[in-house]
Design a protein around this ligand. Structure first.
Ligand code: FMN
Length: 195
């Protein structure tokens, strides 16, 4: 029996009660539903990362940075869910992404995101995310970059999103990321790579 793909879940919010983290916790719950065909791990080191400094991007790396890169290296794909702050990414999350640029771990790694903001919101964060991921060399999987507006009314008692349609759409995104077989794979016979 082969090991199911592992998807690393990256939240861009440090806020207790974060809606973006709730979406990722929902992804964990959806992924765990039988038949569990994939594994997820929610990265919890965002607050521990030092401010990016190129002088520190050398061996031995700061412990939290080494942890981040190990988490990325160990994952088959990455799902991001981040709020928008002042028209762009939260600084702390941009800092995380800056730490990935000097490493090789994220290169060609399939990445998608869920924009959970209200309809018409969050486009600035998405645009910045796309730009920065481009510099990291990650493989942005277009079909896994979606807008799923999530409101408080959709939550269940456990803090995850109970709304069945939202859960189904999150499940689809996970499935796309887990099954993505590269730019030249059979899903993209015309050579378009979905990026
Ligand atoms: C400092 C600050 C700036 C924000 N700027 C924007 C913005 O530019 N565009 C937007 O759509 N929402 C903006 N928001 C709203 C957040 O993106 C929104 O509340 C989001 O749900 C927070 O995510 P979280 O619940 O995961 O922490 C801002 C919120 C804060 C605190």
């Amino acid at each position: 029996m082969t090991t199911p793909p592992l998807i690393l879940l990256l939240s861009g919010s440090l806020r207790a009660g974060s809606s973006n983290e709730a979406v990722l916790r929902t992804a964990q719950a959806v992924a765990a539903e039988p038949p569990a065909r994939l594994r997820t791990v929610l990265y919890d080191g965002l607050a521990t990362l030092p401010h990016f400094n190129p002088d520190d991007d050398a061996d031995p790396l700061p412990g939290p940075v080494a942890g981040l890169r190990a988490a990325i290296a160990g994952a088959d794909a990455i799902l991001v869910c981040t709020p928008e702050y002042a028209g762009t990414l939260p600084g702390s999350f941009k800092n995380l992404l800056d730490w990935t640029v000097g490493g090789t771990e994220i290169g060609d790694k399939p990445v998608g995101w869920v924009n959970a903001a209200a309809p018409g919101r969050g486009g600035g964060a998405e645009a910045t995310l796309r730009t920065v991921l481009g510099y990291t060399g990650a493989a942005v999987v277009e079909e896994a970059c979606v807008r799923i507006p999530v409101s408080g009314a959709m939550y269940g008692g456990d803090g995850t999103v109970a709304d069945p349609e939202v859960r189904a759409r999150i499940g689809e995104v996970l499935g796309v990321l887990a099954g993505w077989d590269g730019p030249d794979g059979p899903d993209h016979p015309d050579g378009s790579d979905g990026v």
